[in-house]
Design a protein around this ligand. Sequence first.
Ligand SMILES: NC(=O)c1ccc[n+]([C@@H]2O[C@H](COP(=O)([O-])OP(=O)(O)OC[C@H]3O[C@@H](n4cnc5c(N)ncnc54)[C@H](O)[C@@H]3O)[C@@H](O)[C@H]2O)c1
Ligand SMILES: O=C(O)C[C@H](O)C(=O)O
Ligand SMILES: [Mg+2]
Length: 622
Amino acid sequence: MAILSKHVRLSSSLIQRLKRHVTAGVHRSFTTIEGHRPTIVHKRSLDILHDPWFNKGTAFSMTERDRLDLRGLLPPNVMPPNLQIERFMADLKRLEVQARDGPSDPNALAKWRILNRLHDRNETMYYKVLIANIEEYAPIVYTPTVGLVCQNYSGLFRRPRGMYFSAEDRGEMMSMVYNWPAEQVDMIVVTDGSRVLGLGDLGVHGIGIAIGKLDLYVAAAGINPQRVLPVMIDVGTNNEKLLKDPLYLGLQQHRLDGDDYLAVVDEFMEAVFTRWPHVIVQFEDFQSKWAFKLLQRYRHTYRMFNDDVQGTAGVAIAGLLGAVRAQGRPMIDFPKQKIVVAGAGSAGIGVLNAARKTMARMLGNNEIAFESAKSQFWVVDAKGLITEGRENIDPDALPFARNLKEMDRQGLREGSSLVEVVKQVKPDVLLGLSAVGGLFSKEVLEALKDSTSTRPAIFAMSNPTKNAECTPEEAFSILGENIIFASGSPFSDVDLGNGHIGHCNQGNNMYLFPGIGLGTLLSGSRVISDGMLQAAAERLAAYMSDEEVIQGIIFPSISRIRDITQEVAAAVIKEAVEEDLAEGHNDMDARDLRKLTKDEIVEYVKQNMWNPEYPTLVYKQD
Ligand SMILES: NC(=O)c1ccc[n+]([C@@H]2O[C@H](COP(=O)([O-])OP(=O)(O)OC[C@H]3O[C@@H](n4cnc5c(N)ncnc54)[C@H](O)[C@@H]3O)[C@@H](O)[C@H]2O)c1
Ligand SMILES: O=C(O)C[C@H](O)C(=O)O
Ligand SMILES: [Mg+2]
């Protein structure tokens, strides 16, 4: 104790008290005085990570993680303290570097940091701020800034949020899942980080995307923030830069594949549904290779959906129907639209399948209608136009491969370029889900001038901002004001210089996934059916008034997202009831649900949405 009293003038009674603590072994700093004896802690799990005195962050050893119930609560890579400091210093030094993404706001990353710190300190206040200013801050906590956050996650990582299940945790997940402190979890968003927005494989740093999606679940759908869980499944990364980066937070091995990969995801699903049988799992940003397979594997047994495949499809359908209305035509004319889609990945194929089904339903809902509907689509991927002549064609794209003879008559062939396709097809709609920024070049947009539509539509849906296939300025300046424009990331409206405004819609799955999750939760359905997803899309499509649509406004402003989400959730519940899937939620059983009118369902949804208000707290001993 001499060392202590020499440096700090402490009263002798305090020194006596401290001595007692040292003997009891509860205070970490005195271990040096006592030698290398371990420090006994009377806390576990998140309480340790949230205690600045005990917290070691990524430096907790595997033994400590196991003994202190920390396994799964930290990124898998155990960091030596020197690297931990290096990571922190690299980030500190980067403060001068401005955020590059989102041309309108160079301070995006700085805003994210401030909001993130508030999120860590006071959740109620954080969501109050977010909800009240959703238009301003959704682009910070969500797309596009969240992409930049994931790209810089090693430096931005502060307090862990969510759970990490890694390839090294095989056989452990069933017990690990109990390390999460919440007795009830309503919503999980899980990613494997293999295709984060249009930014490719970001490995474990992709956790940011799950966190951002869940922020919208709370802000838009009123899911209780204590009952959301962001999850990263870390099976490695194929990003060579991250594999070599000593500051990377995840497993430094190539991605597992085949049965090994499936075994990890299967174990995760079994573990979370065992602990929380009513949870809903949203799959997010999985590379398309796995997105479809996992969806097929789980959708009939678990309450799950894939947002990129199914959420995006619904939003695109709503937008496509809006584009038909904006032409002054009835929605039933949708099957006549010629649609060129650039991108045949998880999102593109999801949209194509849903659009084809919607057309078929309008054409009589039979085999012939379904068969004929596919002739409305031309699909271009990295190798050009997809035809039946394509070698090793992706089975998911096969139904949309064009017949070679027919293409020959149209002046097209296997692999025709996007500009050739647009020139020959003269489409009503050009839709991009390619992740290639600028793909809708001047030449492509010039070609669209010959569109046979009275009001051509351009959907540049790739994220984040720099991956958009074109900007609204480019589209309006080349094609004039008589177009419909939507982008996945937010852009400002364009001043057309003649007193008119070119409206930029945000066509993003954020308008659907919160309502799909909330509606499923409150219906108590054990699965998420095609009908429930279709009902969600149709409700979004009908949300816009004729006046708005005629002005080119086909998606609502994000400031209305809580209201839209409520409506979408109600439509999902109604459909679940009609399909006899609804089993009820809490006090509302299936029979009661069936008795509710449309308006009462909306009210039921509203009553069950969490609002950020401080409750009065009182102390009671256990
Ligand atoms: N707006 C939204 O709500 C929304 C939703 C989901 C995905 N997205 C965005 O869509 C993009 C794609 O996502 P994904 O999951 O389908 O990715 P993916 O990697 O599965 O698919 C990308 C597709 O684009 C094709 N492609 C690549 N280069 C091309 C080129 N030069 N021309 C035409 N096609 C080309 C690829 O061949 C592939 O078919 C991402 O940027 C993502 O952010 C947006
Ligand atoms: O995350 C988004 O903004 C939309 C979509 O899920 C995407 O992957 O781009
Ligand atoms: Mg996504």
